[in-house]
Design a protein around this ligand. Structure first.
Ligand code: PLP
Length: 407
């Protein structure tokens, strides 16, 4: 086989299908987020980022930066080992305590990313509990799907957020088999929210464990930023709450929060936890500062809600279609991959607005979109500029609008 030819052929096929991913090479400027410099050859210089998962701008927060600087100056750069062999530092231990407290669980366990936490925790629970059946929401994230697949456990996919389908599938399973229901709170592409209470009721009825991914909710929802389950008073009903430190908390890393026994079980059996270098202590220290800040500050959350409402109102006034969901994610629907990419490229080139196009296979064909995530650090002028640019491009590209009366 000619390996290079093979790679090229496969990449060419991606390009032909419009699925080839091009990364925007950005350089943020400390303190100036959401502004960044776009360093592409034909780059226009400064851009405003409108599609970041640093939802609250915590990646620039002075308390987070100070904690990271302080940790580097105090203990140095890397952890120097796996958690088992010399890589557990006091910063990791403190962060796990902080996260357990956040979710009002006995314990928490850190991983190098949210992806790894899902892959390792779900993979371990499903493979190490004999006969376990995993009931997985149809729109679960790739990291959950891969973890479940890797476990080789029996897997039952239930229709997205569909309680009737979930119940029918639970009822059809062996009543004595161990069961695990895996789902998310806020789904990242449509921004819809799961009926957590009703899923927990079904879990109780059929004696199933629950595993809730709150990756797009931690930091953002609930009085202390513990997520949608906190907002709805349901944290104690979930067996496992999983989260990331890389989105609203603005740093990096992932975790699960659960009972002491469950965390110890995953700690002891998950290869994705055991056989990898621990997060740098400075990352753990920065994440802890972020979690601590958002436990006691609603300023960022309140301002974000207001910014989201303002962008939505502006889109409505222009008849630009967007999914009407109860979250902070605004999926603006284009419905055509070529137009979606064109609008995104033009926004970047001519307007200094960066919104990555979301095309198939991330979303179904025909639902191509611009996923906009307003944050507390977007100014009124940023919003006006974004809306003006979209208005012009919607006309230029003849993208469908929603009749104003129908909104
Ligand atoms: C639902 C969900 N879970 C997990 C992850 C992975 O988290 P991380 O980016 O920390 O690896 C993502 C990433 O986008 C996600 O959308």
């Amino acid at each position: 086989m000619n390996y290079q030819d093979y790679f090229k052929t496969r990449l060419d096929a991606l390009r032909e299908d419009g699925n080839y991913r091009v990364f925007a090479d950005l350089q943020r400027k400390r303190g100036a987020y959401p502004k960044a410099r776009h360093t592409a050859k034909d780059g226009t210089g400064e851009v405003t980022i409108w599609c970041s998962n640093d939802y609250l701008g915590m990646g620039q927060h002075p308390a987070v930066l100070a904690a990271m600087h302080n940790a580097i100056d105090t203990v140095g750069a890397g952890a120097g080992g796996t958690r088992n062999i010399s890589g557990t530092t006091h910063d990791h231990v403190l962060l796990e305590g902080e996260l357990a407290d956040l979710h009002e669980k006995e314990a928490a366990l850190l991983f190098t990313s949210g992806y790894v936490s899902n892959w390792a925790a779900l993979g371990t629970l499903a493979s190490q509990i004999p006969g376990c059946i995993v009931f997985s929401d149809a729109l679960n994230h790739a990291s959950m799907i891969e973890g479940i697949r890797h476990s080789k456990a029996a897997r039952v996919i239930w229709k997205h957020n569909d309680l009737e389908d979930l119940e029918a599938k639970l009822a059809a399973a062996d009543p004595d088999a161990p069961k695990l229901i895996a789902f998310e709170s806020v789904y990242s592409m449509d921004g819809d929210i799961a009926p957590i209470k009703e899923i927990c009721d079904l879990a109780d009825k059929y004696n199933a464990m629950t595993y809730l991914d709150e990756v797009h909710a931690v930091g953002l929802y609930g009085p202390r930023g513990a997520g949608v389950a906190e907002r709805e008073g349901l944290m104690d009903r979930l067996t496992v709450i999983e989260g990331t430190l890389g989105k609203a908390f603005g740093v990096m890393g992932g975790y699960i929060a659960a009972s002491a026994e469950l965390c110890d079980f995953v700690r002891s059996f998950a290869s994705g936890f055991i056989f990898t270098t621990a997060l740098p202590p400075a990352v753990a220290a920065g994440a802890r500062a972020s979690v601590q800040h958002l436990k006691q500050s609603n300023v960022e959350r309140d301002r974000q809600k207001e910014r989201v409402a303002r962008v939505r109102a502006g889109l409505d006034a222009m008849g630009i279609p967007h999914i009407d969901n109860p979250s902070h994610i605004i999926p603006v629907m284009v419905g055509d991959p070529v137009k979606c990419k064109f609008i995104s490229d033009t926004l970047m080139r001519d307007y200094g607005v960066y919104i990555q196009p979301i095309n198939y296979p991330t979303v179904p064909k025909g639902t191509e979109r611009l996923r906009i995530t307003p944050s507390p650090v977007h100014s009124d002028a940023d919003i006006e500029h974004l809306l003006g640019a979209l208005e012009e491009l919607w006309s230029q590209c003849e993208v469908a609008r929603v009749p104003l009366a129908a909104q």
